[in-house]
Design a protein around this ligand. Sequence first.
Ligand code: CAO
Length: 535
Amino acid sequence: MSDNIIKVPDLGGDGEIIEICVQVGDRVEAEDSLIVVESDKASMDVPAPFAGTISEILVKVGDTASEGLEMVKLSADTAQTKQSESVETAAEPEPAPESNPAPSASSPANAESETLVKVPDLGGDGEVIEICVQVGDEIDAEDAIIVVESDKASMEVPAPFAGTVTEVLIKTGDNAGEGVPMIKMKTGSAPAAAQPTASAEPQPAPIEPSQNETAKPTAAAAAAAAADSQIISTRNKKVHAGPSVRRIAREFGVDLGEIKGSGPRARILKEDVQEFVKTRLKQPVQAAPVATTGSGIPAIPSIDFSKFGPVKEVALTRLQQVGGANLHRSWLNVPHVTQFDEADITEMEAFRKAQKEQGVKMTPLPFIIKACTTALKRMPQFNASLNPDGTALIYKEYCHIGFAVDTPDGLLVPVIRDADKMGLQELSKQMVELAGKAQQKKLSPAEMQGACFTISSLGSVGGTAFTPIVNAPEVAILGVSKAGLKPVWDGSEFKPRLMLPLSLSYDHRAINGADAARFTTLLSKLMGDIRTLLL
Ligand code: CAO
């Protein structure tokens, strides 16, 4: 065992250490994350260059991670010491040895040096179907140099760094096997992102951007590019587009199948996507996405139903369109799970009916809202939202409850503010008032905002269970179905009990399954004995 000081490699700029992923005594494998660094562009894991045991940590969260900063001491196994020495050298800002370049590019050692860029490992051979550069072109890192087509996919081979093309050594029709020279490039300076890392030799990758950046023509990057730039069929149409164009299209939610490419072989260029988005923005509001979705999701083919029989097309109301788009967004973004349960509301119903006889009309819903606010107080993780990047839970110290109202124009969700501070009668009054306003289209935007948790009651309609869609960024929604009499075993005999079906859908990123089961169990308990609501 020997101690090796592991230093921060060239990250292409400074960043702040936001996480230390190891502790003294930890055994790490090569490539395991040591620290996470955040710059203004991305957060990146800095991996261990070889396997070993952490003997000392030399940095702390908040430190500036500059190139050469000593991060940890790593005791390598004896067998690995030799490799570790070269690793430490590699972590120093020294040029890569010219004699053993990575398969993709020889590293530019000096400013203005000419660099031979070769085809990286693409996971198999393919035919060059397009040359994307000419002599004299100034290209950026990741710009496509050639397009290779195999029997599985077409893929762009990106430039490993920015520079000027000085010679093109490959032509269409050539076989693009690993190591085939593609172009020569002149670089102004030795760029960090272009440092060749992955190769047949297990060299340490100095850094791996965690945000899906593929700056280096590694085997993994090539595979990702291959997957990304596969010729996909959208609306029964083949599209040619590279990874960067596909990324932009995904960001804008654009279906590439709708775009006519202006590049060679109808290839879709960045400008085509930008132009498409500009044109779309000028058009009136789009209907909720039905046949096409973007985000790389296969589109549902549009069908002429009149081929099969008479049809009539009726436009969705604006409310249905907007509501549909919101539901679709939640459905796509939130990993949903639904927890089912039943509450014995026999006693609650007896109380409600007694109240009714005395002239206090109330449906079960105010009781359900009351039970929910009480449960939300006890389990505040349900009265919360994930922050936008999903790294923290924002707990709300208020408790506003949304409830779904079915109107002829579509679904509306008015919000009862500070529902936790109200008694049953006040809740009932608010509910009736807001539901009435919803029916008459008189709800103000403020009356539909700020909910922490939503209830969707189909109890007056029927059904035994359903899976409601979480009203994101809320983290859970309670679906309520129709209560019915069921024989329930009380330990000595079956008794007829009025059972209320509950369906709790939740965002599994924020809520774990056990807590969801605890929440519905708590709700059942509270509704089973409404005296507990007073506690
Ligand atoms: N089980 C059995 N009976 C129920 C019940 C339940 N879970 N919930 C309500 N009922 C009964 C009520 O008690 C009432 O009967 P009585 O007059 O005899 O007391 C009857 O059903 C009608 O109730 P209601 O619909 O007038 O009142 P509500 O408080 O239950 O609901 C509101 C109000 C606005 C939520 C409801 O009218 C509504 O719009 N629900 C639809 C919500 C919806 O569409 N959700 C789906 C969203 S996802 O697409």
